[in-house]
Design a protein around this ligand. Structure first.
Ligand SMILES: C[S@@+](CC[C@H](N)C(=O)[O-])C[C@H]1O[C@@H](n2cnc3c(N)ncnc32)[C@H](O)[C@@H]1O
Length: 455
């Protein structure tokens, strides 16, 4: 498999035109968007400049938070009179946090973390906003699980996915939401002559994977949820792949909701631990996956089946899943249910046994793909559209008025009773209710103030 073969799979995530590779950069033939290559990983998102900007912002926020953690540890240590082991734990956390800042910075360096921000309006206009619950380190532990805790979990995952694939031998395989990329790497070793493309939108995971795939060793601290002992608070780990990945293995930084590939180019699509965390319904996802696959191509969904969205109709059970997949251009899926260990760090008392599914379905009908994924409504994107009066805005407006009034009454002399009387005079609420409401509000503010002062 050559680079040309890989490049020929690509399509612009912004306008669907062909992407060409020229002078070390990928560029769309249609909209002319240029896509950078970060440490060998093409960054194929619909607005690379502004998405880079957002990840850089998240990097800065993360580093600031880690610095604050270090300051808080120093304050605790200064208190003195702490038990010896507590001091030891705090000292090692402090050292590990400082090293972690350097480690993260080194891996994320290709993001050019010191460069200037891009234009936020362009970003909004393209409506490709990163979800706020997806931080740089949200799945950091996965890197340790993939590349240093031992092979049990990785072995179980590979075994189950192979069971799902049955006799099928992939030639062009796409792994969406590949995380630290271990499963994709193991599949690549199993099928070395296939082209395996592993994608994720998280730059920490993809850039770490890029180095591991070249055979490098990464030194990264782990922060177990429930350390077994003081020595397990933040062990320094060595992460490495059994061997460098071959030419046929490619990493791509991309959003699964706008996968940068031509239609019908993959015969195998793997979505490990992804389907139930994406913000789109299963029907829409199934149609997107249908579009990426060749006729007769296989989709393997591996991992959890746990839908907990805001819309009751979308929180589907496994039986509904079968029906939805069949209605969206796939054969009746085969379903394997199994129990495997999940995120069991040797340094932690926290670890789970998880019920997982392997759902494998073959594309049997070509369907029209859903329209492009849109992250924000028009009134947020276009500044000339009226902002709707939503229930949430109404509630927020009312409580903000009351809170602002309460704060304005604080003059160092008035008591809660005095304020409640004023509240009644303003016809905001009866005095008795106002007393409890003002007290509740002031308790919250007082507690927030207490926690600020410890920084
Ligand atoms: C639960 S983790 C699973 C990671 C990996 N598949 C594994 O099994 O370890 C979900 C992964 O999906 C990625 N992800 C979430 N939303 C995504 C999106 N819209 N596009 C691409 N990747 C996404 C996250 O960055 C994360 O790596």
């Amino acid at each position: 498999m050559t680079s040309r073969d890989f490049n020929e799979l690509l399509a612009c995530p912004r306008c669907d035109n062909r992407i060409i590779f020229d002078k070390g950069q990928f560029q769309c033939r249609g909209c002319k968007t240029e896509f950078p290559v970060l440490d060998g990983v093409p960054f194929l998102v619909s607005d690379p400049g502004t998405t880079l900007y957002e990840w850089r912002e998240r990097y800065h926020a993360l580093i600031r938070r880690l610095e604050q953690d270090i300051e808080r540890i120093e304050l605790s240590l200064k208190q003195g009179d702490l038990p010896e082991l507590t001091c030891k734990r705090l000292e090692s956390s402090k050292k590990a946090n400082a090293a972690y800042i350097d480690e993260l910075t080194a891996v994320l360096n290709p993001l050019d973390v010191t460069s200037l921000p891009a234009n936020l309006e362009t970003y909004l206009a393209l409506r490709t906003r990163l979800p706020s619950d997806q931080g740089i380190t949200t799945y950091y532990a996965n890197l340790h699980r993939d590349w240093c805790w031992g092979d049990q979990e990785n072995f179980d995952s590979l075994r189950l996915v192979l069971e799902g694939l049955d006799e099928h031998v992939p030639e062009h395989m796409l792994v969406l939401g590949a995380g630290g990329a271990r499963l994709a790497y193991d599949l690549h070793h199993k099928f070395p002559s296939a082209l395996t493309v592993a994608t994720d939108f998280n730059p920490l995971l993809m850039l770490a994977a890029a180095r591991l795939m070249r055979g490098e060793t990464l030194h990264l601290h782990e922060f177990p949820i429930a350390p077994r002992s003081v020595d397990d608070v933040a062990p320094e780990r060595e992460l490495r792949a059994p061997e460098a990945a071959g030419e046929n293995f490619r990493l791509v930084l991309a959003n699964a909701l706008r996968a940068p590939f031509k239609p019908g180019v993959f015969d195998t699509l793997i979505t490990p631990w992804l389907v139930d965390i994406l913000p789109e319904t299963l029907s829409i996802q199934a149609r997107r996956y249908n579009h990426l696959l060749v006729d007769g191509g296989y989709w393997v969904w591996f991992g959890s089946h746990a839908f907990r969205g805001a819309n009751p109709e979308d929180n589907i059970s496994l039986d509904e899943t079968r029906e939805i997949i069949e209605r969206n251009g796939f054969s009746a899926p085969t379903v394997i249910e199994a129990e495997i260990p999940y995120m069991v760090s040797p340094a932690s008392r926290h670890g789970r046994v998880e019920q997982v599914v392997v759902i494998c379905a073959q594309k049997n009908k070509k369907l029209k793909p859903p329209s492009r994924h849109v992250a924000l409504p028009d009134w947020l994107v276009k500044p000339d559209q009226p902002v709707p009066i939503t229930e949430a805005f109404k509630m927020e407006a009312m409580s903000t008025r009351i809170y602002a009034f309460t704060l304005s009454m604080i003059d160092g002399k008035r008591s809660i009773n005095d304020m409640a009387e004023l509240m009644e005079q303003q016809r905001l609420m009866p005095k008795q209710d106002a007393v409890s409401s003002i007290r509740g509000f002031l308790i919250r503010k007082y507690e927030e103030g207490e926690s600020y002062s410890t920084f």
